[in-house]
Design a protein around this ligand. Structure first.
Ligand code: AKG
Ligand code: FE2
Length: 91
């Protein structure tokens, strides 16, 4: 399970997660673990920022319970002319 590599479509995604690692961000061609900060929201920039939306993925295992709630913000996909969200194969 988890999520394959992708960028988020909208302007901003706010994410709240428990303390289980899983979210990874591509930084300088390497997948970097994002350590959850207790009692905080993580903000991911999306494709509508038109700067550089963050490429990320989620990795899970069968031992640790990982809970996350993502709330996306931005126009509906069919109301815009921006490039389609990027979805890459895991590798
Ligand atoms: O579960 C997460 O940490 C990220 C979720 C996510 O990337 C998404 O919903 O677009
Ligand atoms: Fe995402």
């Amino acid at each position: 399970m988890g999520l394959p590599a992708h960028t988020d479509h909208g302007l901003l995604t706010l994410l709240i997660q428990n303390d289980t690692l899983g979210l990874r961000v591509l930084h300088k061609d390497k997948w970097v673990n994002i350590h959850p900060i207790p009692n905080s929201f993580l903000a991911n920039t999306g494709d509508h920022i038109e700067y550089k939306s963050v490429l990320h993925r989620v990795v899970v295992n069968d031992k640790d319970v990982r809970i996350s709630i993502a709330v996306t913000h931005g126009p509906a996909a069919d109301t815009t002319v921006s490039p389609a969200p990027m979805l890459l194969e895991d590798g």
